[in-house]
Design a protein around this ligand. Structure first.
Ligand SMILES: C[S@@+](CC[C@H](N)C(=O)[O-])C[C@H]1O[C@@H](n2cnc3c(N)ncnc32)[C@H](O)[C@@H]1O
Length: 227
């Protein structure tokens, strides 16, 4: 009787995993699109103080808002003089975001796209903002996302990210695991985190990471400790 060679088993396992993650992504997209038929609970219309603080302490440049939803923070960035691109895979959210920017008469590039694709987007961006998108991605999608981050961030550019934590490391569903920030810090320089709780009393945190660059290659105001 012929046996299936080991490498064929490995390949078919990898294929199954990729089909599974593709299906999961499809389901997530469907569910987010359904959320946006009404006003989803996270869509408070309030710019988080961490974003406000960032805007008052950093020079405007190019910003990419990943999983921008209806564009509350994208709009704040644009109004603060940033050249913004917002991306979300929910067309309805992007339609609302476009309307917000149009009504406020500020420019912005809002696109329906998947944060694990972004093939038509090119950097360099000084800031990538992510409020509640990265923490919901599967392990495979996060790896692609981080590759995109590396490609799109300017050397020394910042990633300001908010996410909540899983209740247990193997709990199903969205959320960061306790060890995730440490794993990210292997690729991106960890600057600070601010811990808190979300509306559902889940532990959550804001993080600021920076794409590595030789300090002398950076403008003075972006060097560690620089103004
Ligand atoms: C919790 S909501 C936050 C929205 C927005 N950042 C805010 O603060 O209101 C997460 C957003 O990420 C988007 N999203 C999730 N996965 C995505 C993906 N793979 N590609 C693009 N957008 C995604 C969802 O459609 C949703 O709008």
């Amino acid at each position: 009787m012929s046996e299936t060679p080991k490498h064929d088993c490995k390949r078919s396992r990898a294929n199954c995993q990729s089909v599974e993650s593709h299906l999961l992504n499809l389901l997530r997209r469907l569910s987010f699109n359904l959320w946006y038929l009404r006003r989803p609970p996270w869509d408070s219309g309030i710019v988080p103080p961490e974003v406000e603080d960032y805007l008052t302490t950093h020079h405007p440049g190019r910003a990419l808002d990943l999983g921008c939803g209806t564009g509350t923070s994208t709009l704040a960035l644009a109004q603060a003089g940033w050249q913004v691109t917002g991306v979300d895979f929910a067309p309805r959210a992007i339609a609302i975001a476009r309307r917000k920017l149009r009504l406020a008469k500020v420019p912005g590039d809002l696109r329906v796209d998947d944060v694990t694709r972004l093939h038509d987007i090119s950097g360099p961006f000084d800031l990538v903002l992510d409020i509640g998108c990265f923490h919901g991605l599967s392990k495979g999608s996060r790896a692609v996302y981080l590759d995109n981050l590396d490609r799109l961030l300017a050397p020394g550019g910042y990633w300001l990210m908010y996410g909540f934590f899983k209740s247990a490391p193997d709990a199903p569903g969205p959320g960061l695991a306790t060890e995730d920030p440490g794993a990210i810090a292997v690729r991106f320089r960890f600057l600070w985190r601010k811990d808190g709780f979300d509306k559902k009393k889940r532990p959550s945190a804001w993080f600021l990471f920076q794409r590595n660059a030789h300090p002398l290659s950076l403008p003075r105001w972006r060097r560690p400790g620089g103004k």
